[in-house]
Write a protein that binds this ligand. Structure first.
Ligand code: AMP
Length: 502
């Protein structure tokens, strides 16, 4: 046995004297130097007790060293568990308790608060700071720059990625070496990545999008990454001319479009813009094309499955859709136990080498969502058009049931978004004394526009069945979003839950 994931992603860096990472100040880090960092960290982590099958939880700012800790975990056959840097001590306690990692890597500034917690859960603390300093790098400094990776097969676990948990406790999705490698291979081929690509990487690396989709593809194809600690508009504008491709969440694109320095000229040379993790408004797709001539390629995936669908590289990229199932991935849309016809709406299920092994230590949750024959019930509601392009309508749990009728929020949102002065909207269900739930709209005005919520709702009267019409609307400056740009409807539902006094 060997370690196919390490051999495909990391081992080839040994031969690379060119810059694998380009940092915001323009400095570069060669592939060989990065691999040496991975190796030194792996030796230091092994000396600290991390072995095959052990978990390493990492809550650290994005840096080359933080990315190297992922490589070190793969090399050691350990299970990598990245955590959102925004999580509080209380939230971290849950992950430490649930995953019982051997090592917990955090920033020095948080050590005092988190170490007693970690120790209580049997984890040893090491530190890694945004500048690469900390006890891990100290312990790694004198370690060997080469290593023999642990034997791991396709079915062995590589990562525990926790879902964002907007409705309940977050669940640890068990992802195997085979899940990660197969998805990276398919996407790299589909999106035509090569060693000539320079990927502008401004996504966090605690999430599947930045860690697996972006970094794995670049590693696999021998490309380079402009590695930014986060989304910084000035840095993006400055560095886009050096990139050939960019991956982003929809808010990256709207923020770029809001800046007059973002011109067609600036990105004429670019090969590809990819969007995912949250719905890209058709309006954003169109404005982006009008400004730059590029059609953003939208794809759809999730923590549990890596990527599932993508618009084509060549062929039509259809705005408002997430494209077609990836090669090797089967997708079906189900309602009442049967597959629906094109145009009909139902819950999306997927099957393929990308689909995770289940939720860590949650056999019941696993049984609820992952069928015995391998089909995963995504919880996303969608439909396919006649050509097989998939449109995501929303999450099943966001479905509003008012007076016994089902309302898909997206249908109402799309109409609201078309109204004059409306930039975007979120439709939710809130408790109502008569209807059980009432449809409720949260509207964001376009810059400089004043919205009359009543008039906006009135404009929908002839276009929507009565039961779908929002019973009330409010105007807010912006919708609450998480780090990946997803609208946090749970927060909205909470804010307006007493609106009708139910
Ligand atoms: P996460 O597990 O944090 O990656 O979130 C996955 C969820 O994000 C999916 O189940 C979808 O609800 C949503 N999502 C991801 N990509 C898209 C997309 N392109 N359009 C609409 N929703 C998306």
């Amino acid at each position: 046995m060997a370690n196919a994931l390490f051999d495909a992603l990391f081992a080839p860096l040994a031969a690379r004297q060119d810059d694998f990472l380009i940092l915001p100040d323009g400095a570069g880090l060669s592939g060989a130097a990065f691999l040496a960092m991975v190796s030194r960290q792996a030796h230091a982590l092994r000396a600290a007790g991390l072995g095959v099958g052990d978990r390493i939880a990492v809550q650290a700012a994005k840096s080359p060293e933080a990315l190297a800790s992922y490589g070190a975990a793969v090399a050691l056959g350990a299970i990598y568990l990245p955590l959102n840097t925004a999580y509080t001590a209380e939230e971290v306690a849950y992950f430490l308790d649930n995953a019982t990692p051997r090592i917990f890597l955090c920033e020095t500034a948080r050590r005092a608060a988190l170490e007693p917690l970690a120790n209580r859960h049997g984890a040893r603390v090491m530190t890694l700071d945004a500048d690469g300093g900390g006890t891990l790098s100290e312990a790694a400094a004198d370690q060997p720059t080469t290593l023999t990776p642990a034997d791991r097969g396709a079915d062995d676990l590589a990562a525990l990625l926790y879902t964002s948990g907007t409705t309940g406790r977050s669940k640890g999705a068990m992802l195997t070496h085979g899940n990660l490698l197969s998805n990276a291979e398919v996407l790299a081929g589909l999106w035509r990545f090569t060693d000539r690509d320079v990927l502008l990487h401004a996504l966090p690396i605690f999430h599947t999008h930045g860690l697996f989709v972006a970094s794995n593809i670049s590693l696999l194809t021998g490309g380079r990454m402009i590695f930014l600690p986060g989304f910084d508009l000035d840095a993006m504008i400055r560095l886009l001319p050096r990139a050939t491709a960019m991956m982003g969440v929809p808010t990256f694109y709207t923020r770029l479009l809001d800046d007059p320095r973002f011109t067609g000229e600036l990105v004429r040379h670019m090969r590809l813009f990819i969007s995912g993790s949250a719905p890209l408004l058709t309006e954003t797709h169109r404005s982006f094309e009008a400004r730059t001539g590029h059609r953003i390629l939208e794809r759809y995936g999730m923590t549990e499955t890596n990527m599932n669908t993508s618009n084509p590289y060549e062929g039509e990229r259809r705005a408002g859709t997430v494209g077609l199932p990836l090669p090797g991935v089967k997708l079906r849309i189900m309602a009442e136990g049967a597959e629906v016809r094109p145009g009909e709406t139902g819950v999306i299920e997927v099957h393929g080498p990308n689909v995770f092994k289940g939720y860590w230590q949650m056999p019941e949750k696993t049984r609820e969502d992952l069928r015995e024959d391998g089909w995963f019930i995504t919880g996303d509601v969608g439909r396919a058009d006649g050509d097989g392009y998939i449109t995501i309508v929303g999450r099943a749990r966001d479905l509003v049931i008012s007076g016994g009728f089902n309302i898909y929020p997206k249908e109402v949102e799309l109409l609201l978004d078309e109204q004059p002065g409306v930039l975007e909207s979120a439709v939710i269900g809130v408790p109502h004394p008569d209807f059980g739930e009432a449809v409720f709209a949260v509207l964001v005005p376009e810059k400089g526009a004043t919205l009359d919520p009543e008039a906006t709702l009135a404009a929908l009267r002839d276009r929507l069945a009565r039961f779908k019409l929002p019973k009330a609307a409010v105007v807010v400056e912006a919708l609450p979003r998480n780090a990946m740009g997803k609208v946090q409807k749970n927060l909205l539902r909470n804010s307006y839950r007493n609106w009708f006094g139910a």
